[in-house]
Design a protein around this ligand. Structure first.
Ligand SMILES: [Zn+2]
Length: 417
């Protein structure tokens, strides 16, 4: 079997034929070149309006990189014709294997983009002896296509999340779909201002916003206002993940401050390296950490008291009746506000201020999976970390949509990976 036969089987183009396939030895490596020519009597198509027209002239041959075969780079070689289009003037013909001025064939770009879901862009570039830039362009192409073809019907639940990126306080707003049938990233907004979420709803459309049944978000006031206005039929839930994050932040503050005070007073450093003991869920602690936590709990420290308050709050989520959950919440807030722990008191005041939205959790129970936002948040953070080389917002946005967007791909006769 010849390479030409394989190509004819897997990657045939109407109106074009593979003329011959040959080896070319370059200084660094051996490459495979497949020469393409137009089918006899076929007319070139205008690259702008895609309609066929009379030929004008032929340009010098160009090379288009295709999917490598057995580690050897494969190139299509073709001399593009120019069309004298009655509508658009003289134009280069449209080529079915590559877009515009692209050096990569569309098939190869999809191939690289698919690998870029499993490996970092740098790793893909190294594995296939290509450049980071080619991988980036390929992913960008896949994301642009996928975003243009994504199906937005039937979205019932969404989650609003924010993520810090870069140093300093640069935040992104992320909107996820969190239905049981489909969990994916729907939208990314640069920054986190009052207008950001409004932009999402504007793009999402009135009809779809009105069809939303559940929305999860944090307690950020501008977001709450926008959600109340744009999706007033949905049950708005303050999600568990964000509340736990607030509690963790508060006990971390108490611990850090106390550690400093103890050190200043010359006490033995009981609190150093205890950060994770206090922040992790007890069932996730290792045996050694478990013993250390037990030791730590013997001290009547502020950190320990705040830890116990946080652990106590976990019972809130176990209620089924909103009434009793509300009673629990009130008691918890009262107790916390009587404590001397300022960071926790702040959280308690915040929770009390959003009592109704918090209790919505019980109205949505069973219909909303609580871990969705957290799971997507973790994945998004991982993508941002893996994408360490991204200097620009645009590249990061592309990476997030690519890994978390569950974007569709075009139907093809053969997938090369
Ligand atoms: Zn035209």
């Amino acid at each position: 079997m010849q390479v030409k036969q394989i190509l004819n089987r897997l990657q045939k183009f109407k109106s074009f034929v593979y003329e011959h396939v040959r080896f070319v030895a370059t200084a660094e490596t051996l490459i495979i070149e497949a020469a393409i020519r137009p089918r006899v009597h076929s007319r070139p198509c205008c690259s702008k309006c895609t309609r066929p027209g009379p030929g004008y002239d032929t340009l010098p041959p160009r090379r288009f990189e295709f999917v490598p075969l057995w580690g050897l780079p494969v190139f299509f070689v073709y001399a593009p014709r120019r069309v004298e289009c009655p509508r658009c003037g003289v134009r280069v013909e449209r080529l079915p294997w590559a877009e515009g001025k692209q050096h990569l064939t569309t098939t190869y770009a999809w191939f690289l983009a698919r690998w870029a879901k499993r490996l970092s862009w740098q790793e893909v570039a190294e594995a296939f002896h290509t450049s980071w830039d080619h991988v980036f362009r390929s992913v960008e192409m896949a994301v642009t296509w996928g975003r243009a073809h994504m199906d937005l019907t039937g979205i019932r639940s969404i989650g609003v999340d924010e993520i810090q990126w870069q140093r300093g306080h640069q935040y992104l707003t992320l909107v996820y779909q969190i239905d049981a049938s489909c969990k994916r990233l729907l939208w990314i907004g640069e920054k986190r201002t009052v207008r950001t979420l409004l932009r999402f709803f504007r793009g999402f459309g009135r009809e779809r916003s009105q069809a939303l049944q559940f929305i999860c978000s944090d307690m950020w006031r501008p977001d709450l206002k926008v959600i109340a206005k744009k999706a007033n039929r949905a049950i708005h839930v303050l999600d568990r993940f964000h509340i736990v994050t607030h509690l963790n932040k508060a006990i971390d503050e108490v611990r850090a401050q106390e550690a400093r005070t103890l050190k200043a007073k010359g006490y033995e450093p009981v609190l150093t390296k205890t950060r994770w003991l206090l922040l992790k869920r007890p069932e996730n602690l290792s045996a050694k950490q478990d013993v250390r936590l037990a030791e730590l709990l013997r001290y009547n420290l502020r950190s320990v008291r705040s830890y116990l308050l946080k652990e106590d709050f976990q019972f809130f989520w176990a209620y089924t009746s909103p009434y009793w959950a509300g009673q629990f919440l009130d008691t918890w807030c009262r107790r916390t506000l009587r404590s001397q722990l300022a960071p926790l008191k702040k959280v308690a005041r915040m929770l009390r201020g959003h009592r109704a939205l918090l209790l919505n959790w019980f109205r949505a129970k069973g219909q909303l999976s609580s871990g969705s936002v957290e799971g997507l948040n973790t994945k998004a953070k991982l993508t941002i970390r893996k994408a360490f080389g991204f200097r620009t917002y645009h590249a990061m946005e592309i990476a997030l949509y690519h890994t978390l967007g569950a974007l569709p791909e075009p139907e093809v006769t053969h997938r090369f990976c």
